[in-house]
Design a protein around this ligand. Sequence first.
Ligand SMILES: [Zn+2]
Length: 465
Amino acid sequence: MKRLKFYMALWCAKLSIIALKMTGHRGTDFPGRIAVKICPDFLRQAGVPGRVLGVTGTNGKTTVCNLLISMLKADGKKVLDNNQGSNTITGLTTAFIRDMGAGGHCRSDIAVLEIDERSSRVVFPLMEPDFLLINNLTRDSIMRNGHPEYISRVLTRAMPAKTKLILNGDDLIASNVAPGNPRAYYGIESLPDDVQACINLVNDLQICPKCHSLLQYTNRRYHHIGRAFCPECGFRSPKLDYTGADVNNEDMTFEVSHGDWKHRFRILNDSVFNIYNVLAAISYLSELGYTPEQIDGLLSKAEIVKSRYLVDEIGGYRVIRQMSKDRNALGSSRAFDYVSHQPGDKELIMMMNNLSDAAVWSENTCWLYDCDFEFLNRDNIKNIVVTGPRAKDYYLRLKFAGVDDDRISFVHDEIDSPNALRLYEGEDIYVLYGTDSIDLAEKVAGKAREKIEEKISGNAGRRAG
Ligand SMILES: [Zn+2]
């Protein structure tokens, strides 16, 4: 029997949704905030859909969730998700309220929830996921998340005993969360670009978690992601249940094996990061009982949200919007590594400026010194335009990375930053933006397109004259 408070919370929140719609405000956490205020254990009292699938970890949560949602919908399931709101308690509560009728019952068959790592301690006591995937645990905002081993302990303490974990077995911090829980591991056997020594500034798992001797990595992708063993006590990376192998960048496929099956699946993008995301979604659906052929079919139908990587082509130039998570040394290092390895000349507009933090606090800039700006010190990166409130911090960091002055331009205002582009023929222009500046990045990319069009029409005018 649901208590009166629950219904009060539900109806007030529902009324607020109507009010928000009328005033043109969508996708906020406000309804959930109201509900939690009136009924703090709202989620416990809410009837959950048949299955609750959680996704957490530092990087790739949104992509894995979007893949899962898209594939399950392609299978005809009604899915409750929080991909329009936040991944904290108020965002999750808002998602449930939107799914519920006036009687407080969810209409969907299945919930796919992106859950903030630290929010797990508030969410799990109220709602126990049937499955939880942890894609990786790496450094994030130091002010919010401290260190990945701290986050691992937060998750372990909060983990409900019944939750089955689906873990990245190539991440020894993620794979050691809640050791008593049932689990399945996924990982990638080996890749042509694997190294043994770490080439990144951040290397968060160097010693054996059991005996504290130095770990040896047999295959390392980046940072502490790879496969390792301890020569002293025999501790090693877990045996994989889902093994990715044989990545083919030509036809954009890779092979996954599990138990007695082996199947080739398409990849969305050739960055290792995204191969992990696809492997995570494949492993998840297999754990839910789908066959590899069914998963393959659903993956082909999946509509992938491309908001993190958008390309416009104009007269031989490409303007590429690439999300590069601010405050997140590892996320930005991956973006820098990817961009710097793309063929051809390029210019970068760097505008990861922690804009939303400015309203309430000031983010500690030490993440800039954990992040591999050194990857940007390459001959094919002709010009880096640093812009916005953090422009001087970027300028200093690029100097430390050894980037020459003549390859750095400083523009105070983001909107004016395309004026500093040099527009070498046939180059790519990357707009590297943070999680809270999607709209601004679109405006900046639009301005860059205008500059290119001006240049092209100028050239045509000169030729005609
Ligand atoms: Zn050891």
